[in-house]
Design a protein around this ligand. Structure first.
Ligand code: NAD
Length: 286
């Protein structure tokens, strides 16, 4: 039987821990607070903003929402980021991206104070991740994959891990985090030859390609743990992951569902990072 690694128990356990930490921080005079910056009316952004706010509130983290019309200038967005940098009552900033094409994404990311970069978008956070130093924060989705494995007691050390996808948001950072935990890691992408065979050899298969049901029976070996990060819609318009669940059923030891898997844990990790950033601002330690 294939175990379904649901996100909810991971979130519940994280939130319990975060609520206690938030109470302790409030007693010291600091209320962990997240600022969310959204530009325009993109439906995915609005849904993510709503989910992130709900999850933060459940964990005891305050949320301030900032919204611009699509026509906003880059200077105005950068100006807001800089003013939040100087606001000691905000500990983390989530910028919903991609931004409209007339705004230089990297310029906005560069404006963000590294200590408030709770989603790993600045070069400082990336340097921390790729140079194996404990500075900055990893992108929340990448860390959600690791937290999910840890919660369900899936050992990482010595395992053969295959990551499908090499974006800076998921593929590369999750590969680095698996490597840091002593897995032997392969990263696959659109130019990879023999994808199915490489995937079959994985003990842990993390798929973040954004292609509905890319991973089917040919890609799956026996006894694998599969982390499906993809969020897509199938032919019937239903939400689905990058892995064909029917092909995995009975073959994989365990798989994360879509919906109800990594997406849920991602927002809980966001709240965790805000609490850690708040703690850092008080004590210099996480
Ligand atoms: P991206 O488009 O930036 O990157 C996709 C990566 O997959 C690329 O590196 C590409 O080389 C690789 N890829 C694409 N098609 C492939 C193929 N046929 N064979 C091999 N490799 C292939 O996407 P992203 O931002 O990394 O997101 C990936 C998926 O994860 C998307 O479905 C996205 O919606 C989802 N996502 C989920 C969450 C969450 O919270 N659950 C967060 C971020 C992204």
């Amino acid at each position: 039987m294939t175990e379904i690694l649901k996100g909810k128990p991971v979130v519940d356990s994280l939130n319990l821990h975060l609520k206690n930490r938030c109470d302790e921080l409030r007693a010291l005079g600091a209320a962990p607070t997240l600022a969310i910056i959204r530009v325009g009316e993109n439906g995915d952004d609005i849904a993510y903003e709503r989910g992130a706010a709900k999850c933060c509130e459940a964990a005891g983290v305050g949320v301030r929402k900032y919204h611009f019309e699509t026509e906003v200038t880059q200077e105005e967005v950068v100006g807001l980021v800089r003013s939040i940098n100087d606001d000691g009552s905000v500990h983390g900033v989530l910028i919903l991206r991609p931004l409209p094409p007339h705004i230089d994404d990297r310029a906005v990311c560069r404006a963000l104070a590294p200590e408030k970069d709770i989603d790993g978008i600045t070069e400082y956070s990336m340097a921390g991740l790729y140079s194996d130093k404990r500075v900055g924060f990893a992108p929340c989705t990448a860390e959600a994959c690791i937290d999910m494995l840890d919660h369900y007691g899936v050992g990482i050390e010595g395992k053969r891990a295959v990551v499908v996808g090499r974006s800076f948001v998921v593929g590369k950072p999750v590969a680095m985090m698996l490597l840091r935990r002593n897995a032997t890691v392969s990263i696959c992408h659109t130019k990879t030859k023999g994808l199915a065979q490489i995937c079959r050899e994985a003990d842990i298969l993390v798929v973040a390609a954004g292609r509905a049901k890319l991973i089917g029976g040919d890609h799956l070996g026996e006894g694998q743990v599969i982390v499906d990060v993809g969020i897509n819609f199938d032919e019937e318009g239903n939400l689905c992951g990058d892995v064909d669940g029917a092909a995995a059923d009975g073959r994989a030891v365990a798989i994360t569902p879509v919906p109800g898997g990594i997406g849920r844990v991602t927002t809980a990790v966001l709240a965790k990072h805000v609490v850690e950033a708040c703690q850092m601002s008080l004590t210099g330690k996480r």
